[in-house]
Ligand binder design. Structure first.
Ligand SMILES: *[C@@H]1O[C@H](CO)[C@@H](O)[C@H](O)[C@H]1NC(C)=O
Length: 215
């Protein structure tokens, strides 16, 4: 049996692998030409002979983000636009700073899973699973702890203490994208009509207008 099905089994494995992960990289690198005029999925490649060390380099992630804002948190991204060498590699990084009791409000990354490690302080983190369960999975993390937020799921973090907190996240996309729930629902341009949101949230037009004004 194994001899008969062997080659087909191997072929099936090859195909299922390529379907699950795409064709993989086809060259050593494709440093983003951020000013490229060609529209492709990602960025066109800079001429490899012009590529230099700085294309694979980002400076300054030791710097604290400015958390003076209504949420008390700041994300410092190291995505393809900050580090062009990430183009086509499917990874990126971000530093997240939190003021005492600050939050990174509920949001999703449409293109990436996120693995976060706490460098300083303590964070309460969580995510919610899809319908119909909508299970809320949450945990309090301390320095050195690592937590993963699966791709696409709504998640959040909150500083659980009186001191600043710092986290570093790795993301499985060069350009993970972010959709803060409040901004996309209440701050779209143009607005989603108040009556639609009032019915969706089972509340009054007035309550919706109050939130829309803030976004
Ligand atoms: C931080 O951001 C606030 C609000 O935008 C601003 O007023 C303040 O000057 C900033 N602080 C620094 C150190 O850049």
């Amino acid at each position: 049996m194994a001899r008969v099905f062997g080659p087909f089994f191997v072929l099936a494995l090859v195909f299922s692998t390529s379907i699950a992960t795409g064709p993989g990289t086809l060259q050593d690198f494709c440093v983003a030409d951020l000013k490229g005029q060609v529209l492709v999925n990602g960025f066109p490649c800079k001429n490899p002979s012009l590529v230099e060390a700085n294309d694979f380099y980002f400076k300054g992630l030791h710097m604290m983000g400015n958390t003076t804002n209504p949420f008390g948190s700041k994300v410092t991204p190291v995505y393809v636009t900050q580090l062009p060498g990430l183009n086509t590699l499917g990874i990126s990084l971000a530093r997240v700073d939190f003021a005492p009791w600050g939050i990174n409000p509920p949001h999703t990354h449409p293109r990436a899973s996120e693995i976060m490690t706490i460098l300083e302080g303590s964070l309460e983190v969580g995510f919610v699973t899809s319908n119909p369960e909508n299970r809320h999975i949450s945990k309090v993390l301390c320095k050195g702890d690592v937590f993963v937020f699966p791709v696409g799921l709504v998640h959040y973090q909150k500083n659980n203490g009186n001191t600043n907190a710092i986290a570093i996240s790795a993301l499985s996309s060069q350009n993970p994208g972010v959709m803060p729930i409040a901004n996309v629902v209440f701050g779209s341009k143009p607005d989603i009509s108040t009556s639609i949101l009032a019915r969706a949230f089972q509340t009054s037009d007035e309550a919706i207008c109050n939130i829309q004004r803030k976004f």
